[in-house]
Design a protein around this ligand. Structure first.
Ligand SMILES: CC(=O)N[C@H]1[C@@H](OP(=O)(O)OP(=O)(O)OC[C@H]2O[C@@H](n3ccc(=O)[nH]c3=O)[C@H](O)[C@@H]2O)O[C@H](CO)[C@@H](O)[C@@H]1O[C@H](C)C(=O)N[C@@H](C)C(=O)N[C@H](CCC(=O)O)C(=O)O
Ligand SMILES: Nc1ncnc2c1ncn2[C@@H]1O[C@H](COP(=O)(O)OP(=O)(O)OP(=O)(O)O)[C@@H](O)[C@H]1O
Ligand SMILES: N[C@H](CCC[C@H](N)C(=O)O)C(=O)O
Ligand SMILES: [Mg+2]
Length: 495
């Protein structure tokens, strides 16, 4: 594609230099630039991409996209927003891939990864080749790719969607984070269905207030378009959680047809007769396409919500309820979500990714349902992230556990002890007796200590890092896997 063709995609775009310059690829990271690339200078939260333009050119960039003209002798497109230009250019360069895929986006504070996994499985079982993008990985057509975050930047996203199209993928189910929505990472991506899981506190470091956070999430629904089509396959849907108050706001934000799911409130897809055991969760579901009973192998009432969201999205794809039921019942669970660690010890050890107040409360309520004796909770909170959730999570841990081991999550560039102190403030405010909790900054020691103190019939919940196989302390990422650390600790006591 030539530079002038990119220029023609925007109303406000000044072309400086040779418009016939051939563009072989697009890059936003100077370190990745190859010969013939166009380099887009993104003004970031920490550094400004404009400062890396020289480096990009020295590595072979033949054109720049900038918000202010740079004194570099190379053709440039001067635009008002490089982020917006990135979305438009990437979508066009890769041939509008989202229009060739059936896109299902899932947003919400908790449950996105789980819900996308359920939808992926149901669609794949129905022989509709499906790609997945989210926190744990990206995968399609038998290949898996690691992810550095939950939702990729527009450029990486459009490139990946293009590869999916080339690989013959038909559907793509992806997690859409509030950061992504706010930063326009999914601008240019056409979704057929947008699914909302729930809205509870998280990310207030970034979105400042719950209203702002909700506003970011609403963009997914607002951008759906109306999809008032005779052709069923072109219609658009908003799948909303009837039991979450934010759904009313999202229903107002969208022109698409709204399908609701829930347990308490009346809904188009509704569960009843929920039974939770240590091995799974069963429920009855009534939907606009019939009724059935489902036996999930995943525990927790929250997983009923995730299953209902997946059932709703799958029914909209025309998949039979019986087939959906079979797929859901076959799913063993999602990596690092209520994952049992079993080395033959006489107590349960559960690793879970709960890293928000609501997530922690849900998982603790769940383990309390099957704990024969005491519940021990090992958890921490991530550094350089929402600080206000820390004392609240401390209070929740103390409320639903018999013993709490406050430790480090990913401290990142914050002082790990200071994070533990923030959590402790919640415990003090609630008058939790000091014998009930310990502050152990080293996560491995905290896990070891909880496992050493556990007695037969107890449950040790290790929350916050789930599938993560690393720990970030400062800017250094080292290998760390809660499941492996727990196994090692169990072997230590059973030797
Ligand atoms: C706040 C935020 O979202 N930050 C993201 C953002 O970083 P940034 O704006 O700070 O970028 P920057 O480092 O200032 O760089 C600006 C530009 O200069 C370029 N650069 C930089 C250095 C260099 O040598 N050469 C160069 O060209 C960069 O490639 C970039 O284009 O753009 C980066 C590149 O895409 C992301 O990696 C980074 O995610 C950071 C690591 C992050 O932690 N993001 C989290 C908060 C996040 O987005 N999380 C959500 C999940 C949340 C949920 O649970 O719901 C997610 O979707 O992952
Ligand atoms: N529907 C739900 N409601 C509340 N909590 C949930 C729900 N589903 C999962 N959880 C809790 O949240 C944790 C994370 O679940 P999951 O990874 O599916 O969420 P996510 O939205 O993808 O998270 P992230 O924002 O990190 O991508 C789980 O380990 C569980 O403790
Ligand atoms: N997607 C979440 C993941 C948090 C996981 C937790 N282990 C942490 O590092 O804080 C976030 O970016 O806030
Ligand atoms: Mg996720």
């Amino acid at each position: 594609m030539q530079l002038k063709q990119f220029a023609s995609l925007l109303a406000v775009c000044e072309l400086s230099g040779n418009g016939n310059t051939e563009i072989k690829g697009i890059q936003t990271d100077s370190r990745q630039v190859q010969d013939g690339d166009m380099f887009i200078c993104l003004p970031g939260h920490t550094v400004d991409g404009h400062d890396y333009a020289d480096k990009a050119v020295s590595l072979g960039a033949v054109a720049l996209v900038v918000e202010r003209k740079l004194e570099i002798d190379v053709p440039q497109l001067i635009v008002s927003s490089c982020r917006f230009a990135m979305a438009v250019f990437s979508d066009r360069f890769f041939g509008h891939p989202s229009q060739k895929l059936n896109m299902i986006g899932v947003t919400g504070t908790n449950g996105k990864t789980t819900t996308t996994y359920l939808i992926e499985q149901i669609l794949n079982d129905a022989e509709s080749e499906t790609g997945l993008i989210g926190t744990i990985q990206m995968r399609y057509a038998g290949q898996t790719f690691p992810m550095s975050g939950t939702t990729p930047e527009a450029l990486d996203l459009q490139r990946s969607l293009h590869h999916m199209v080339e690989a013959g993928v038909k559907n793509c189910v992806m997690e859409v984070s509030s950061h992504a929505l706010q930063q326009g990472r999914v601008k240019g991506t056409e979704f057929r269905t947008a699914v909302f899981t729930n809205l509870t506190q998280d990310h207030l470091d970034y979105h400042h207030t719950m209203e702002e956070y909700r506003g970011a999430k609403s963009l997914l629904f607002a951008r759906l378009g109306n999809g008032f089509e005779d052709d069923l396959h072109k219609r658009k849907y908003a799948v909303l959680n009837a039991d979450d108050a934010a759904s009313v706001y999202f229903a107002d934000s969208t022109s698409a047809e709204v399908i609701t799911y829930g347990i308490d409130a009346n809904a188009d897809v509704r569960a009843s007769n929920i039974k939770i055991t240590a091995r799974g969760t069963s429920f009855h579901v009534d939907s606009f396409k019939g009724s059935t009973d489902v036996e999930l192998r995943m525990v927790g009432k929250f997983n009923v919500y995730n299953a209902l969201a997946a059932i709703s999205a799958a029914l909209l794809e025309g998949i039979e309820l019986d087939s959906i039921k079979r797929s859901l019942e076959a799913i063993p669970g999602v990596d690092g979500r209520v994952e049992a660690v079993n080395e033959g010890q006489p107590f349960a050890v559960i690793v879970d990714y709960a890293h928000t107040p609501d997530g922690l409360e849900n998982v603790l309520r769940t383990v309390n349902e099957f704990a024969e004796k005491e519940v021990f909770c090992v958890f921490g909170c991530g550094g350089d992230r929402d600080r206000t959730k820390r004392p609240i999570m401390g209070q929740i841990a103390a409320k639903y556990s018999d013993r709490v081991f406050v430790t480090s999550d990913n401290p990142r560039t914050e002082n790990p002890d200071a994070i533990l102190e923030d959590i402790k403030q919640g415990l003090i405010a609630d008058g939790v007796p000091s014998e009930k909790y310990e502050l152990i900054v080293d996560r491995k020691s905290a896990i070891k200590r909880a496992i050493e103190l556990a007695s037969p019939g107890d449950v040790v919940l290790i929350a916050g890092k789930g599938h993560e196989t690393y720990q970030i302390i400062g800017t250094v990422k080292t290998d760390f896997d809660d499941r492996l650390v727990a196994k090692e600790a169990i072997r230590g006591i059973t030797k």
